[in-house]
Design a binder for this molecule. Structure first.
Ligand code: 3SL
Length: 239
């Protein structure tokens, strides 16, 4: 059976890179990049280009793309959008191409670009993602984007949620994945309450974007499957 491993921080990514071309990866940035990417596709975005720097997104703006940039949780001044899923409405993004840069999420996507498949995971598309993963026979890395190379609770909880759905079809002997599953079992019945102690929750409160937390913790509300391929993200699932 294929195996699941969980990378709890981008700082550990190098430990899992061997044979990456044969592995599938789910990039996880629950608060908020991969959630926002899912919402953008659910609302009809055509393509999302993850870029490293705001200047790169700004350059795409000249070519008619929406330029979206977040740093330290805030929209970078002069950009069309930041990283709040609530701003990626159908009116704003349907039919549009978006160049996006965020503090951790877009960086994590670029780090694993040579993997066999790279998908963006969020609680909103958990079941759609897992349905696809259940058809795959390659080893799977659950890659938590974290916060500036530090561990975070919400990405690890999502890794646990995925592993729990997949556990009968994958070998799970990796301690990080086992810990993530235990953590999700503990938190699953009251996820928002459990996350009140998380560093991101505290940061969101200080930025007055608490409502994004609720938006990012809805489970199985979207039937989208963003896939990062050939340098860009498209929706591999059409309802
Ligand atoms: O780091 C990221 O990619 C972001 O998701 C961080 S934030 O939610 O916009 O603060």
């Amino acid at each position: 059976m294929p195996a699941i491993e969980t990378i709890i921080s981008p700082a550990l990514f190098h430990l899992y890179e061997e044979g990456l071309e044969q592995k599938n990866v789910v990039v996880i940035d629950i608060l908020r990049a991969t959630t926002t990417i899912c919402v953008a596709f659910a609302n009809g975005a055509r393509e999302i280009l993850p870029v490293a720097k705001p200047e790169e997104a700004a350059a795409m703006q000249q070519m008619g793309w929406i330029a979206a940039a977040e740093r330290m949780g805030e929209t970078v001044s002069g950009f069309d959008l930041g990283n709040s899923p609530q701003d990626y409405t159908r009116e704003r993004v349907a039919g549009q191409k978006i160049a996006l840069t965020t503090t951790n999420g877009t960086r994590a996507l670029q780090m694993c670009s040579t993997a066999k498949h790279v998908w963006a995971g969020s609680f909103l598309n958990l079941q759609t993602l897992c349905d696809r993963l259940l058809t795959e026979n390659n080893d799977l890395l659950l890659f938590c984007a974290g916060w500036k190379d530090k561990f975070n609770l919400e990405d690890t909880l999502f890794a646990g949620a995925v592993a729990l759905v997949l556990r009968d079809r994958f070998t799970i002997t990796d301690d990080a994945t086992l810990a993530a599953m235990d953590l999700y079992e503990k938190a699953r019945t009251a996820l928002p309450e459990y996350l009140q102690k998380a560093s991101h929750d505290i940061r969101f409160n200080s930025l007055h974007i608490e409502s994004d937390l609720e938006a990012c913790l809805k489970i199985n509300t979207l039937n989208v499957l963003p896939e990062f391929k050939n340098g860009t993200i498209q929706n591999g699932q059409h309802a």
